[in-house]
Design a protein. Structure first.
Length: 566
């Protein structure tokens, strides 16, 4: 929470410098308010507790709370996400598709109707929840990762997009990590998210066996994730939960928040510095040349828009981009064909395990591959922004400016220099933010996150639940080799076939959004210049002495802003 307050203070102080030096800037004020609102709405790091069904997740959380509040007698069809908030006014808030549906008394938590994909915000007057929230932690009880239900996959996607920490619960009686847990831990590692493994129900085995299970699982985790992932044991029955509590409270929440929001705050400061630099350059222009400069700016804008249209024609088509993504998906599935065959063979009467495994393989591929295609498209169009910025810079900061020589030493000073390369990097970051969906973590996921992947994953689930086992004859099941052949030659091609139209639709929307974002960026730059020029035109031409005072004042402001960056 301290880091959130620190970021809010930095944003307020940064805008204060703008107001003091340039007066009110509506666009910067609006952006600051939006950033602070986002910080305050998303000021808790979500700790999502996942695992196979019946791993004891809800029972463990109840033990931590010291009260049996969360329902434990549930089925995959009635499992939803429960988020725990401290409040003296206890209540339940039911959210469906991210909209508040209804508020209930907390006593109804085990009786009101929910659907897969729902989120229940539990507001409870509990000292443990208060301790977590005060530290910046939000505990989330999630559905099982082995359900194969589309809405549960969507829930995982949403919490991945939020940059959450995942706790994987494992029943001690399993004796080892199941394929579903191993696959999920591998996936989390790909997103550079943190994970914790907690072994539950240790009261069901002798201490010596528990130690052996912990040793084995720790070795598995080290191979899959690395030594940075903690493995702890718990027993809700015996209230043996201290090790898990300690791991939760030892989380470096401040560092996680910095990773989540630091770049966004720095980008805002860079935008302010760019605005101050622009005003300095415009102030250095001889007023008799403003009309000529305005015409050059207008010509550069029209040229940039024209170049954008030409550039689009040379970039990869939607079909070719979709081919790249689908090839990645197909390759990943084929690389795991043996494990898929074994999973299917061992769960021949239950599609859920196979569906969940397929999703765990495909989910990160979709996120990473679509993210790559998005970034490549942005990179392909960024030269349009770069050339526009170069042209504008040559117009607003040229040797025919009356006070050019007074500004050259300052512009060359490292404290206020912002190279074209850095400006383009900032513009690309803005494009990702515009194309992305819900949170700062969309940058972590390539800016596509749940908005893109969830509908596509739904197609996979729909296909898998249509009865893929009908592809097999009873005799085929006698050999896993035969099963693998069916997986490679029939199931995977069908998945790819079903995915193609949806992948193409997503990429088309992605490319259209990027093009629009580039146009908006260029238009925003031109609008900013037009506004500043109109304001400066109404003022008296600055003398050399007056300009020197302004330059020093703005230089000090920029130095102060640079010092506020993380």
């Amino acid at each position: 929470m301290n880091k959130i307050n620190q970021f809010e203070t930095i944003l307020n102080n940064a805008y204060g410098i703008v107001k003091e030096n340039l007066g009110e800037k509506e666009n910067l004020l609006t952006e600051k308010k939006e950033l602070i609102e986002s910080l305050n709405q998303d000021n808790l790091i979500k700790i999502s507790i996942v695992g196979d069904f019946s791993a004891g997740k809800s029972t463990l959380i109840n033990a931590l709370l010291g009260v049996n509040i969360l329902p434990t007698d549930i089925t995959p069809e009635t499992a939803v996400s429960y988020e725990l908030f401290f409040d003296t006014r206890e209540r339940l808030e039911l959210y469906r598709n991210f909209e508040l549906i209804q508020t209930y008394d907390i006593s109804q938590i085990k009786s009101f109707t929910v659907k897969p994909g729902d989120i229940v915000k539990v507001f409870i007057n509990n000292s443990k929840v208060k301790e977590w929230n005060d530290k910046g932690i939000l505990i989330v009880d999630m559905p099982g990762i082995d359900s194969g239900i589309k809405e549960h996959n969507d829930a995982i996607m949403n919490y991945i997009a939020d940059g959450t920490v995942f706790v994987v619960a494992v029943d001690v009686e399993q004796g080892t990590l199941r394929e579903s847990s191993i696959s999920f831990l591998k996936e989390i590692k790909q997103y550079n998210l943190s994970s914790i493994v907690v072994i539950t129900k240790t009261d069901k085995k002798p201490e010596s066996e528990v130690s052996s299970v912990k040793e084995l699982i720790s070795k598995q985790v080290k191979v899959v994730v690395g030594e940075q992932t903690s493995v702890v044991t718990t027993s809700s029955v015996n209230k043996d939960i201290k090790d898990f509590e300690d791991v939760l409270l030892d989380l470096n929440v401040e560092e996680i928040i910095t990773q989540k929001y630091g770049a966004t705050v720095n980008n805002y400061i860079d935008k302010i510095i760019d605005t101050i630099q622009t005003e300095l350059k415009l102030l250095s222009i001889d007023k008799t040349k403003f009309e000529e400069k305005k015409q050059h700016i207008s010509d550069s804008f029209n040229k940039a828009i024209s170049n954008l249209e030409e550039k689009k024609k040379k970039l990869q088509s939607v079909e070719d981009s979709a081919n790249d993504v689908l090839e990645d998906i197909e390759s990943s599935l084929k690389n795991n064909s043996r494990s898929l065959a074994i999973t299917l063979f061992n769960n021949s009467k239950d599609n859920n395990a196979f569906s969940a495994y397929v999703m765990s393989i495909v989910r990160p591929v979709i996120i990473n591959s679509l993210g790559r295609e998005q970034q490549e498209y942005i990179n392909g169009l960024s030269s349009v922004v770069e050339n526009f910025k170069i042209n504008i810079d040559s117009i607003t900061f040229s040797e025919d400016n009356g006070l050019y020589n007074k500004l050259v030493p300052v512009v060359n000073d490292s404290a206020i220099t912002n190279t074209i390369q850095n400006l383009v990097k900032k513009q690309v970051s803005k494009l990702v933010a515009k194309v992305g969906t819900k949170s700062a973590a969309s940058a972590l996921l390539g800016g596509i996150s749940a908005f893109v992947a969830s509908p596509v994953m739904g197609i996979i689930v729909g296909f898998l639940t249509e009865g893929i086992l009908s592809l097999f004859k009873k005799s085929d099941k006698s050999k896993i080799d035969d099963v693998e052949t069916k997986v490679v030659n029939e199931i995977i091609p069908n998945i790819i076939l079903r995915l193609r139209p949806n992948i193409e639709e997503v990429i088309l929307k992605q490319q259209d959004a990027i093009v629009q974002a580039v146009e908006d960026t260029i238009e925003d730059e031109k609008s900013k210049l037009d506004t500043e020029i109109s304001k400066i035109e109404k003022e008296e031409q600055k003398t050399e002495e007056e300009f020197e005072v302004i330059v020093q004042k703005y230089k000090n402001a920029i130095n102060s802003l640079e010092n506020k960056k993380n």
